[in-house]
Design a protein around this ligand. Sequence first.
Ligand code: F3S
Length: 529
Amino acid sequence: MGSMNRRKFIKSSTLACATVALLPNQLPAQTEKATASASTETAKTKGVKGGPTPEYAKEMLTTDMQGLGPDGKPTGQKATFTGASRANAKAEEAMKHKMKLTKEEQAILDGKEGEEKAKLMKILVVFGNTFGAEKLVDLGGAPHSNMFIGAPYMKSLINMLDECAKAGLKSYATYTVNPRPYDVYNVQNNLKDMTMIYEGYSLQKQLDYVHARLGAPDLNYRTCACYLDEVGNAPEPGTYVAWAESSAVNYGNSVLGVRTNRNGAGMDLIQAMLGKAPLFGLQTDEGRMAKWLVEIKTTKEPDWGAIGTAIGRKCVEDVPYITGLDKYFEGGEVTADNLHLLKAMGSATASSGAVGLYHVDGVTPDAKKKGKKLLAKGYQTYVIDDKEHARIIGTFENLWPDKNADPNAAFIGCPHNSYYEVIKWGKLITEALDKAGKEETAMPVYMFTPNTVRNRAIEEHGELVSRMKRAGMHATNMCGVSYGGMKGFSERIRGVTNSAKTRAYTTLRYFPDDVLVKIIVTGKIPKGA
Ligand code: F3S
């Protein structure tokens, strides 16, 4: 996929479900006799204004995300971005569906619990009908939201949520939120950067205020890796949640065993305020079946970001069942010391494709329970051996405008670093510096991590953290991709990273950990790397 297409996809996948949310004024409500047409000219339900469905609505069930095989050729698949199905649904057809509501849900829809909740329920019903859900289910655990960009283009959604907050609505449980897109404390922003931040994210304060009122904790808990122990949003296996943020959804479904679709920004909070989600896609047994058997047959430990990229490109949004990885998880256990491997692989499947769930043979909860019975009838097989592994890495282009210049920034932690990773990188870099007889890294190293993880590192490894800071390693709880993509900053950095997700969304170059350490210490890209 070309970079333009990918950018378009990111934009549409972030906004699409929320945009569906803005449509009910144009679509028939559950209380009406459905006209089976998304272009209804009039609406009969009280409070629902009629009007033609805008042209752009027709694009909302599809994206421009064409599945590309590792050979770079289209596989013929398109993504719906929910992780639910291939995108051949038409809005007109989908709107014929009507899911069953309980008396309590119907009462909310009829306005018995207030006008605002009724509107949210209308949105949710339209959303559920669009994807063929049979009913709503009650949510448990806690939500995770990716409403994190306070930019003017999010204004209508922020205003809608503000109205909800003013009406006293709240999430059914305290929830976590993605990192902010900038940091004005822990990294060096020049005047141009600060102008971009304050003008570009002019609604950030309003958005943060919305979150405070709807039930999010303070900003120390901002992160995309909400499931880390220091953040604590890790619901029990089998819990229905309605999360947004592709990497968190992907990790939650796969490693925690929760049940969530890939929600868009805004739809996460609508479901959080109602405590309900339409049952479809990755929340169902059927939707969690694997259409792909992926066999990892590399002779050495694979590059986790590279295999994630390969799987995402191949499966697009279908569920893969992956074999050959259990040997990297002692006793088949995912622990605080190895979860970063699945975090890296999974987030790459979710960014190079739209994978919302994967099973790892002998490791992840669904696979431990059902094994290869999770393979759907007619599944396809994809083998990643040494040759394929090398070929995938060979597709990672150098997108720097000045291709032969030296790097000048390192990004580590997308998704956010775990405590284990912060300490690991602290030791790797400081030991390499000592060996080279150096005090400082050759470039700033941005360590993206929630403040709660940083605080634990300070408490338990104070000396190491001080040394990291003096060496040029900066802990920050913002989103690395947003920072890397900020105009001005992106024009002057030639970044390097070990995150396949960051590679997919920015011009940063990807290197495995051992090469990245050398680059950070020497400031040079090793020959042949
Ligand atoms: Fe997290 Fe931002 Fe990467 S939200 S997963 S650091 S794109």
